[in-house]
Design a protein around this ligand. Structure first.
Ligand code: ADP
Length: 503
């Protein structure tokens, strides 16, 4: 046991015990081969620790634990109200340990500590929200005539394999665990290679709250090994994934052999359309938040910003100034920092590469495109916030998801053109529109091909509201009441009231 925890001392003075094993059946175990993966601090490029990385054999063990828990009396006898109580306890424990959890996220992911605290608030809010739903997911009685009594029962799906990304590590885990547990499923959840730490700390909270063994099993591991073993395991009934579109497609293929229920939340290149009647300061504020927040590592980032030609120059000037003023780059634990490092060397290099591509493609670089000169100690995966103008629809910077603080400004002249450009993408996750004309706002919202539309804001999401995409941005919805549908299924029961007495 002692070899499966390590004391971590964070730069903000927080010292805590970091679990490093696999969490299966409420116990900490090493991986079957002893293989590990390193957790790198992206602000310093130094290794924080390394954690056990599951093999296919470990995944099998975790899935069997989840299956046994799902079929067993201990979890089956926990009725919705009691499940809700367990979840509320988790919420309280997360809230009381929010400083440690936010510290871990800042250390492991690189996001500023203040923003990490916001992530943790989302975690306990989501657990409270779905804890409240746990005894409110029932079926219906259906009128089918005098000779029959017919009803539906809303049942859990079974064992859920959940695969989460690195941009909001514990936040994304909460979005998946909340509805899964509220509906009475059991889970094997895998964190992303880049951010393995916070979910391991969270595992101990589940035990403290009183979750029975096997209900939630938490593993780290490589996507191509542990992730793909989880997706293909015949005892997994449902797969929920958040990550890139290419990986989402691969997961769909892998899950098809056993025809699993799937929920996918994948990539985007979301548009923000700013009309000439928009309030420019408001548009600037949200344009900035929508693509520069969380180091631009947001699947719903409104990274293509379409601006009416009448206000284009004024907007571009104000946006550039606002970004320069707000986007303070620095150590995640420095209170002044707005932008920490990108999560990994691979992401850092990818964003810098797009800076070079923009130049080669002939776009105008209004700001950024390079390594941040102000990065502390000349180390860490810090990039300059980048603003590109004169981008054309055929250019890679215009079409491809970059997943960094990288905005592409595009001029338009009519509403029809703006809608055509906004929809001219394989993605359909989110969209935003800024205008003072309420009729236009709704008309445009109606025509935008996206799972979510913000009017006069961007990326202003809420855990009570469904989240998800259309086209190649995903399948199904998370959050809100709709999130429960992804983790439950209906059974229809037909009771014959007219028994035959003679044949
Ligand atoms: P990125 O490209 O940004 O690293 P991915 O979409 O590849 O993002 O990864 C998101 C999550 O999907 C991670 O937890 C990763 O381990 C997992 N993953 C990657 N490849 C696979 C795969 N083939 N099967 C299952 N999970 C995978």
């Amino acid at each position: 046991m002692s070899s499966l925890t390590q004391t971590i001392n964070a730069p903000n003075g927080v010292s805590y015990q970091q679990p490093t094993g696999l969490f299966i059946n409420n116990e900490w175990v090493p991986s079957s081969t002893g293989q590990k993966l390193p957790s790198i601090n992206p602000a310093t490029e130094e290794e924080i620790t390394s954690v056990h990385a599951a093999t296919a054999q470990d995944v099998d063990k975790a899935v069997r634990a989840a299956r046994a828990a799902f079929e067993g009396d201990e979890w089956q006898s926990v009725v919705g109200t009691a499940r809700g109580k367990l979840m509320l306890k988790v919420a309280d424990l997360v809230e009381s340990q929010q400083h440690v959890l936010a510290t871990i996220e800042a250390l492991d992911n690189g996001k500023p500590y203040s923003q990490a605290l916001g992530d943790i608030e989302e975690v306990f809010s989501v657990f409270r929200y779905y804890g409240g739903w746990a005894d409110k997911t029932y079926g219906q009685t259906i009128e089918t005539g005098r000779h029959k009594f017919t009803y539906t029962v809303r049942e859990p799906i079974g064992v859920c394999g959940q695969i989460i990304p690195w941009n909001y590590p514990l936040g994304m885990a909460a979005w998946k665990l909340g509805p899964a547990l509220a509906c009475g499923n059991t889970v094997v959840i895998k964190a992303a290679e880049q951010t393995p730490l916070s979910i391991l700390y969270f595992a101990n909270i589940l035990v403290e709250a009183g979750f029975p063994p096997g209900v939630v099993n938490i593993i780290n591991g490589y996507g191509s090994e542990a992730g793909s073993a989880l997706v293909q395991h015949p005892e997994v009934d449902k797969v929920a994934f958040t990550g890139s579109t290419p990986t989402g497609k691969q997961i769909m293929r892998l899950a098809s052999d056993t025809m699993k229920n799937i929920t996918l939340e994948t990539g985007g290149k979301s548009p923000l359309v700013i009309f000439d009647d928009a309030q420019i300061p408001n548009a600037v504020k949200w344009a900035h938040y929508g693509v520069m927040g969380n180091m631009g590592q947001i699947c719903t980032a409104t990274s293509r910003i379409f601006v009416h030609e009448k206000i284009f120059d004024a907007f571009a000037r104000a946006f550039k100034q606002y970004v320069a003023k707000t986007q303070v780059i620095g150590c995640p634990f420095d209170e002044k920092t707005y932008q920490g490092p990108q999560v990994s060397k691979a992401q850092f290099e990818k964003i810098l590469e797009y800076g070079r591509i923009a130049e080669q493609e002939g776009a105008t670089i209004l700001a950024g495109g390079k390594i941040a000169e102000s990065r502390p100690n000349d180390k860490g995966f810090f990039v300059e916030p980048t603003i590109i103008s004169d981008a054309q629809p055929h250019m890679r910077v215009y079409k491809e998801e970059i997943f960094g603080p990288f905005a592409v400004l595009v001029k338009f002249s009519t509403e029809t053109e703006a809608i055509r450009l906004a929809n001219g993408t394989e993605y359909g996750l989110a969209a935003a529109v800024c205008t003072s004309d309420i009729t236009r706002a709704h008309r445009v919202a109606n025509k935008l091909k996206a799972g979510m539309v913000w009017i006069n804001s961007s990326n202003n999401s809420d855990f009570r509201v469904p989240f998800g995409g259309v086209k190649q941005s995903g399948i199904g919805r998370e959050l809100g009441q709709a999130g429960l549908e992804a983790y439950s299924q209906l059974k229809s029961v037909h009771l014959n009231l007219q028994l035959t007495e003679q044949i």
